[in-house]
Design a protein around this ligand. Structure first.
Ligand SMILES: Cc1cc2nc3c(=O)[nH]c(=O)nc-3n(C[C@H](O)[C@H](O)[C@H](O)COP(=O)(O)OP(=O)(O)OC[C@H]3O[C@@H](n4cnc5c(N)ncnc54)[C@H](O)[C@@H]3O)c2cc1C
Length: 381
């Protein structure tokens, strides 16, 4: 399985999935049949993370094929990302604390044998080793496998979840601040406090079609405990009333700018912002860096085809722009950190409508968010 690197190809993957595999999605989605057979889930996450295709178009296309009732599970999954993002927007310190904790943990573990064996795929657990090499080679893991992987990392190998989250971010093509950080916290038992996710031998065997044998893992660990609690930060996600003729910045979470809400508004110029590893706290693998560069090039090419004035700019050059500019909101994560750390106060954010509307439902758990899904779908269909 290899990922494509243009919007046109991503849309084609989406269409193929809806046409051929969506019908059986809810029945088959939990199976990981291995990297050679990935058609039981959509494998769209690397594209959605980068905004190459977006949640609204996925949901609307799926609803053209099947009713909401037949599609409900898939739509819920697509909206998990929006939920996690909104949840983190309301509690941005969860991300800041994760980065802070990671710094000291990394220092303490830099020569730790168990950690080094884990990231080299040299543990005593065959399936885990296989997943490490799959992650490095294909830059993707199935959702169920991410859960097993994280559970084994935390509860059998006894490694800090923060190091695992960093390892995923480094290699995943869909690496996403919210889904990844909160996914790891959830497995550890600190997201839904007191409730951890424990991988079991029978579950792994069943949902991998018995591809692995002899899985000796800790199935009885108790949840991790965090002393930190996070209250909700009041934030406003309001867009400017009238968009003036200014420069627009787009980051690598919105690389299909011309297809979202405000379409090709008359902006003076579009700057597509790229970040190098030296500007990132979490250093990405070469594969991931190259993947992002290809997606950014594709965005630039599409803008130029529409005769929109556009160029790529490195994030460190934003400091040289003194005039007021707009930016499609990069969401909590490294790009936003950079803007805030460097006090780039000339940037005014523009939010996606789906986020503006949905994030109000992210103050509680996903169960509560789920009850608002029909409302969200109706509004954007
Ligand atoms: C520990 C852990 C770390 C994770 N890290 C990331 C990450 O960095 N980036 C990321 O995009 N997803 C992450 N996920 C969520 C999920 O594993 C992937 O989104 C999913 O595997 C992508 O495969 P797919 O496109 O075939 O999903 P499908 O099953 O086809 O789902 C359709 C779409 O729904 C969204 N989606 C599905 N499940 C989830 C979920 N649990 N959370 C958020 N969105 C979801 C994705 O956009 C996906 O493309 C993580 C999950 C765990 C348990």
């Amino acid at each position: 399985m290899y990922f494509k690197n243009s919007r046109a190809e991503a849309v084609e993957e989406l269409n193929q999935f809806i046409e051929n595999n969506l019908l059986e999605y809810s029945k088959l989605r939990n199976f990981d049949f291995g990297p050679q057979k990935r058609d039981n889930t959509s494998c769209l996450s690397p594209y959605v993370t980068h905004g190459l295709i977006n949640e609204v178009e996925i949901i609307n296309k799926s609803l053209k094929k099947f009713s909401f009732v037949k599609n409900e599970k898939f739509i819920q999954e697509v909206l998990w990302r929006v939920y996690w993002k909104g949840w983190l927007e309301l509690r941005p310190n969860v991300w800041a604390d994760f980065l802070e904790e990671l710094k000291s943990i990394k220092e303490n573990f830099k020569n730790n044998k168990d950690y080094l064996n884990a990231i080299e795929g040299k543990t005593n657990i065959e399936c885990f080793n296989e997943w490490v090499s799959e992650l490095k080679r294909f830059n993707y893991l199935h959702n169920h496998t991410r859960m097993w992987f994280a559970s084994i990392w935390i509860f059998t190998l006894n490694l800090p979840w923060q190091l695992g989250a960093e390892f995923f971010m480094k290699h995943l093509f869909d690496g996403d601040t919210a889904s990844n950080t909160l996914g790891w916290r959830w497995v550890a038992g600190i997201q839904t406090q007191g409730k951890n996710y424990l991988a079991t031998e029978w579950n792994i065997k069943k949902f991998t079609n018995n591809r692995f044998q002899n899985i000796k893992i800790n199935e009885e660990a108790t949840p991790k405990i965090s002393e930190k609690s996070y209250s909700i930060t009041q934030k406003s996600f309001t867009n400017p009333q009238l968009l003036e003729n200014k420069i627009l910045l787009i980051f690598d979470n919105n690389l299909s700018f011309e297809f979202i809400d405000f379409k090709c508004h008359n902006f003076k110029k579009i700057l597509v912002v790229s970040s190098m590893n030296k500007e990132r706290q979490i250093k990405l693998s070469n594969n991931t860096v190259n993947f992002k560069a290809l997606l950014i090039n594709d965005q630039l090419k599409r803008l130029k085809e529409k005769s929109i004035v556009a160029e790529v700019i490195n994030i460190s050059d934003l400091k040289n722009i003194k005039e007021p500019v707009y930016a499609l909101y990069p969401t909590v994560g490294e790009n936003l950190d950079y803007i805030q750390l460097n006090q780039l106060n000339n940037i005014e954010f523009i939010y996606r409508e789906i986020d503006q509307f949905s994030w109000q439902f992210c103050n509680k758990g996903f169960f509560n968010f789920k009850s608002h899904i029909p409302k969200i779908v109706t509004r954007f269909n």
